[in-house]
Design a protein around this ligand. Structure first.
Ligand code: HAM
Length: 428
């Protein structure tokens, strides 16, 4: 027996779900394009090597990977950033920097399934490549805020929780954690909510951390505010950039959207500076979006050092949140009108008329006979169209059809001769 359900963790998109997905994508596209970003894409199949990282990123263990018939190690992409880095490196000499690109790839991760996590998701990626200053963070994060506004959410609904990896690295330094272990320690710390205290301690102790170091680190990540973090740090310089970002956001009037949060670590080892996540005010769900600065990913792939900042914003969590807060739009099929031939003898004229009206720029569905008038009206109402046209024998003898305005329930006969001038719209 063939299983008719989609593969575990993947989704079918029936038209109502696809309407919502398209609505979400168009809000993402609009926000990106309004901020001067251009769309790119790559193949869903990638070189597996792009995702293998020494620091033990969870993503490397979640690959849908295989060997093709020529023994190439390939993987479905679990994220877009490595493909973007590869594409930039291929054309690095011909691009004009900073590059501002976006993409909406489908990504695959063999995840343990929980609320907000599937094994396949779409992820809006927005990245600035080649800008070393915080102007990149400002552009990226303000576009992220505008996209959430576009989706109907404001500062009552979400926050950008922001931190800087350099602050975390400074604390690791202070606790004498060797530099070459710091990335893998951060990757483990990022999982601390998912692991029991014992497992967390043993994973960190496998990396060579003592119980005291672990306790101090966890305490540090629980610091309530900026002042408490600053008090514990010997190296105060690492706070400067984040302070400037927070100041700038105050100045451009978006300050309320940002909140410093030392507990934001992020699970991808390539982040080198600013890191941030979007969540509801009380962090009631998985992160809606996450990103940061990754200044050494491109050099790790053998290229020069090219600074980069960006984020990924998945479709799953946001649609769950919008649904729960009843903020999803009620979308109907895009259709201006439906033409009915109640008897099959009128099918041909209905088809011809549909063709003419489509040429005139309308979205037109044709329904063929035999069909009862009552059923036709019901169908027109279900489709949510503004107009229905009926091809009826008596009217057709006079070279006319009946046009019904479904909003005010009025109908009139209209000559076929000038139907494509659309003068009947708005006053049927
Ligand atoms: P990430 O935090 O792994 O970052 O994913 C970003 C977003 O993708 C998450 O916040 C979430 O919305 C969504 N997401 C990730 N995994 C799943 C899943 N299994 N199911 C549903 N949604 C998911 C990255 O992927 C980075 N490459 C983002 C980035 C771009 N950083 C810089 N540029």
């Amino acid at each position: 027996m063939i299983d008719l359900k989609p593969v575990k963790g993947t989704r079918d998109f029936y038209p109502p779900q696809l309407r919502l997905r398209n609505w979400l994508f168009s809000a993402w596209r609009k926000s990106a394009q309004q901020a001067g970003f251009e769309e790119y894409d790559s193949c869903i199949l990638e070189h597996e090597a792009l995702y293998i990282r020494k620091a033990g990123d969870e993503i490397s263990q979640q690959l849908y990977n295989f060997e093709d018939n020529s023994a190439r190690r390939l993987s479905l992409r679990p994220e877009m950033t490595p493909s973007l880095a590869r594409m930039i490196l291929q054309k690095q000499k011909t691009l004009s920097y900073p590059v501002r690109w976006f993409s909406i790839p489908q990504c695959f991760r063999y995840e343990r399934m929980t609320r907000g996590r599937k094994r396949e998701h779409y992820q809006w990626n927005l990245d600035v490549i080649g800008e070393p200053t915080i102007l990149a963070e400002l552009e990226i994060i303000s576009t992220l805020i505008r996209s959430l506004n576009e989706l109907g959410l404001d500062s009552q609904d979400f926050r950008i929780f922001i931190n800087d990896r350099r602050i975390l690295n400074a604390m690791l330094e202070q606790l004498n954690v060797p530099q070459n272990l710091q990335n893998s320690v951060l990757v483990i710390l990022d999982k601390r909510d998912k692991l029991s205290a014992d497992v967390l301690c043993s994973e960190l102790s496998n990396k060579g951390l003592s119980n005291i170091q672990t306790t101090k680190l966890i305490q540090f990540l629980e610091s309530p505010n900026f002042e408490a973090v600053a008090e514990q740090l010997e190296n105060q310089n690492v706070l400067n950039e984040l302070k400037s970002i927070l100041d700038q956001f105050q100045k451009i009037g978006l300050g309320t959207y940002l909140e410093f949060d030392i507990s934001i670590v992020r699970g991808l080892s390539y982040y080198t500076g600013t890191v941030f996540e979007v969540n509801t005010l009380n962090k009631s769900s998985r992160a809606i979006s996450g990103g940061g600065r990754y200044d050494s990913l491109l050099s790790a792939y053998g290229g020069p050092v090219i600074p980069a900042v960006g984020f990924g914003f998945g479709d799953v969590v946001i649609l769950e949140i919008l649904e729960e807060s009843k903020k999803l739009p009620d979308l109907k099929q895009v259709l201006d009108l439906v033409i009915f031939a109640l008897d099959s003898k009128q099918d041909e004229i209905a088809m011809r008329l549909a063709h003419q009206l489509r040429n005139a720029g309308l979205s037109v569905q044709a329904q063929f006979g035999p069909m009862k008038m009552q059923k036709a009206l019901q169908q027109a109402n279900n489709l949510g169209v503004a107009y229905a046209i009926f091809c009826l024998p008596d009217e057709l003898d006079r070279n006319e059809v009946v046009i019904r305005d479904l909003n005010n329930r009025e109908q009139k006969a209209h000559s076929l001769a000038n139907i494509t001038d659309l003068s009947w719209m708005g006053n049927a």
